[in-house]
Design a protein around this ligand. Sequence first.
Ligand SMILES: C[S@@+](CC[C@H](N)C(=O)[O-])C[C@H]1O[C@@H](n2cnc3c(N)ncnc32)[C@H](O)[C@@H]1O
Length: 214
Amino acid sequence: MRHFLALTWRFLRDSMPDRRRQRYGDVDYDWDYRVETTSATVGWGTRFRGLLHAPYQPVDPELFRAIMSSLEFDFTEFTFLDIGSGKGRALLLASEHPFKRIIGVELLPELNQIASVNIQKFSSPLQRCHHIETVRGDATQFIFPPEAMVIFLFHPLPEAELRELMLRLSTSLASLPRPIYLIYAYPAFESVIAGFSSFQKIAGTLQYSVFRHI
Ligand SMILES: C[S@@+](CC[C@H](N)C(=O)[O-])C[C@H]1O[C@@H](n2cnc3c(N)ncnc32)[C@H](O)[C@@H]1O
């Protein structure tokens, strides 16, 4: 009951006009690329569900580009997978690199529907991968594709669910070993990943960590 009241309070506070105005702080990318990825326009039902799982927030383009430019391997061999892809901003940013393909998994239907529209209308001279798809579903039940992957996590899951995802990924890798890089932006539960000895941290700052499967 206490948890529910705390969530309701957080939801009501976030619904105030000043908070909504603050959320428009992430809108520059949308102006530049004529898409709709801001957190400011998320409907109240989806926002409330977001508080129960992980609230929607699009990744900061500057941070995403900084992370990608720190990686030094041939992207053409890899699929990019965004766990909790929201309205698809990370998918669009990933398409600036020559990935084999790009996949997003998103729990909430409203966000996933908007991501599909964004993917269709996205146009950028920087785009180097045109094979982008999004799947609506629970990432902890997702069946990982049988290929080399760069997996992107921007705070998509609470701690217990992240552990569940990592267990599933480890099982998939045990039955079919393949190269995996894992990017964790704002790594609040990094200790969960560090607990899997087959993942080694190879780079990072306070804002992100990169792990490689060994
Ligand atoms: C912080 S947002 C990140 C959005 C996107 N990755 C980006 O960087 O622009 C986290 C997203 O994870 C989604 N999410 C939460 N739990 C999930 C789950 N179990 N399966 C799939 N997506 C989930 C939320 O709905 C939200 O859209």
